[in-house]
Design a protein around this ligand. Structure first.
Ligand code: GLU
Length: 488
């Protein structure tokens, strides 16, 4: 099984492109096949410097590096494999040869229409409310006429001769049988006057010569596919299996476009999404396992993914779902790896964290509560400096911790804590003592723990009171409690 991802290097890799790459990669891996990266850079005016590097680096980050084609070699784009070159701009002779072959076979023709004539034709069609389509002005030029114009060096393009009377049918792995009427298909330009192929010609020639078995791409290419099928037929080649995956939509069902921002895969990497979360999220955009399972590792996707379970309708890009998955994957991380990842981040702000031998224990307390690594310094600051505590953080209406009750509650906390010796100072014994006090009935556990937690961390949302107290130790815990008592 040979699959390919064939982006045009016109900008940063789009998040939908990453989904296409993911599905395409999975389909190759399921059959121990080859995942190829081909760069479709025939539109030179739209090619952007750095785009190829960005595509490769993003794929590498995601663990979806190509096996063949354009690959990263020690950080630099290089070509690998026997069916190259894999940059279309390096294959111009091949496209030209094949375009001419189509003329000989009668499946294509040369067109000398000037841009002015084409513009006039377009305006006329517009006025008549007709679909814009080439009027075949050059279809029946006599061979001598063509030869004479070529001799004059009149600029020309090569167009596909679409059999207008036919219906073009193909089987799409997602959409089933798809059909297009020939008369709705334009005589597509295949080779431009500057000798560059259009997307259609280059795409078909390469999918054939690169031995591609399966083409998975976004639904926006569906209407191009009958042209591709006609080209495969005209050359006498077998087309690959096509699979057109649904568009990505915003919550308001509009198309997720580059202009709406946040559509570059890179933005998600920069924001701090884990690759596991992002890939899990992308996999569920258009595919569903048919079970309740929502968390998928890449290995599980390789096991379970199938084209049959891809939906036809658009897939809504729900960032809340992404964040939920991010939280799930954060929690699943090996605690040691988690600590390793955040230690430099916290250490940058609080150098003491750098050499802190208890760092792992502290990190474990925030792992449950973190969405992005970048939040770690804020969530752990109270381990490395005395927190700034305010009345607003100490009080909490929902927990029945009103401001007027704070002096009593903090004093109760102090009494409980004083009663526990240094030796027995663990989260469990502390919790047991608080529970025992709450057992008397006049105060709830939450009323005792909330102000203690807030005194120790200064945060409205943080690891729990007794866990933090255990790490801070008895002396520091009581010191912070005293400080809080002074402001209530
Ligand atoms: N170059 C096209 C793109 O940018 C490739 C589409 C296809 O896979 O055929 O998406």
């Amino acid at each position: 099984m040979r699959t390919r991802f064939a982006p045009s290097p016109t900008g940063f890799l789009h998040i939908g492109g990453l989904r296409t790459a993911l599905f395409t990669w999975i389909l190759a891996k399921q059959q121990k096949g080859i995942f190829i990266l081909r760069i479709e850079d025939t539109d030179q005016a739209r090619s952007m410097p750095g785009a190829v590097e960005n595509i490769l680096e993003t794929l590498h980050w995601a663990g979806l590096s190509p096996d063949e084609g354009v690959v990263l070699d020690r950080g630099v784009p290089a070509e690998k494999g026997g069916k190259g070159p894999y940059f279309q701009s390096e294959r111009l002779d091949l496209y030209k040869k094949h375009a001419e072959e189509l003329i000989e076979k009668g499946h294509a023709y040369r067109c000398f229409c000037t841009p002015q004539r084409l513009e006039q034709m377009r305006l006329k069609q517009q006025a008549l409310k007709q679909a814009p389509m080439y009027d075949r002005h050059c279809l029946d030029l006599a061979p001598e006429e063509v030869a004479a114009k070529l001799k004059e060096e009149a600029p020309s393009v090569i167009r596909l001769r679409v059999p207008r009377e036919r219906t073009i049918l193909f089987d799409d792995a997602v959409r089933g049988e798809v059909s297009f009427k020939g008369h709705t298909i334009d005589d597509q330009v295949l080779l431009k006057s500057d000798g560059f192929p259009t997307y259609h010609l280059a795409n078909v020639v390469d999918d054939h010569h690169m031995g591609i078995d399966l083409v998975l791409r976004g639904e926006e290419w569906l209407s191009s596919t009958p042209k591709h099928i006609l080209l495969f037929e005209a050359f006498g080649w077998l087309p690959p299996q096509y699979a057109h995956v649904p568009l990505l939509l915003n919550k308001d069902k509009s198309k997720l476009s580059k202009r709406q921002g946040d559509a570059a895969a890179e933005d998600y990497i920069k924001k701090g999404y884990l690759k596991e979360a992002l890939l899990n999220f992308l996999a569920l955009l258009g595919w569903n396992p048919g079970t309740e399972q929502e968390i998928f590792s890449l290995e599980e996707l390789v096991e379970q993914f199938s084209l049959e379970r891809i939906q036809k309708g658009g897939a809504v890009f729900d960032v809340e779902k992404l964040d939920w998955l991010q939280g799930q994957w954060m929690r699943k991380m090996d605690p040691k790896d988690f600590a390793k990842r955040i230690q430099p981040i916290v250490g940058e702000k609080y150098p003491a964290a750098q050499k802190d031998k208890d760092f792992g224990k502290k990190a474990a307390l925030v792992q449950e509560r973190i969405l992005f690594f970048s939040e770690a310094a804020h969530l752990m600051h109270f381990f490395y400096e005395t927190p700034h505590v305010t009345l607003d953080v100490l009080a909490n209406e929902k927990q029945k911790v009103t401001k007027d009750k704070l002096p009593t509650l903090l004093e109760e906390d102090r009494k409980i804590l004083e009663g526990i010796s240094d030796k027995k100072w663990t989260a469990e014994t502390l919790l047991a003592a608080f529970k025992e006090r709450a057992g008397k009935g006049d105060l709830k556990l939450g009323q005792l723990l909330w102000p203690l937690r807030a005194s120790l961390t200064g945060l409205p949302y943080s690891p729990g009171a007794v866990e933090v107290a255990e790490i801070l130790g008895k002396e520091e815990t009581l010191k912070r409690l005293e400080k809080a008592k002074k402001i209530v």
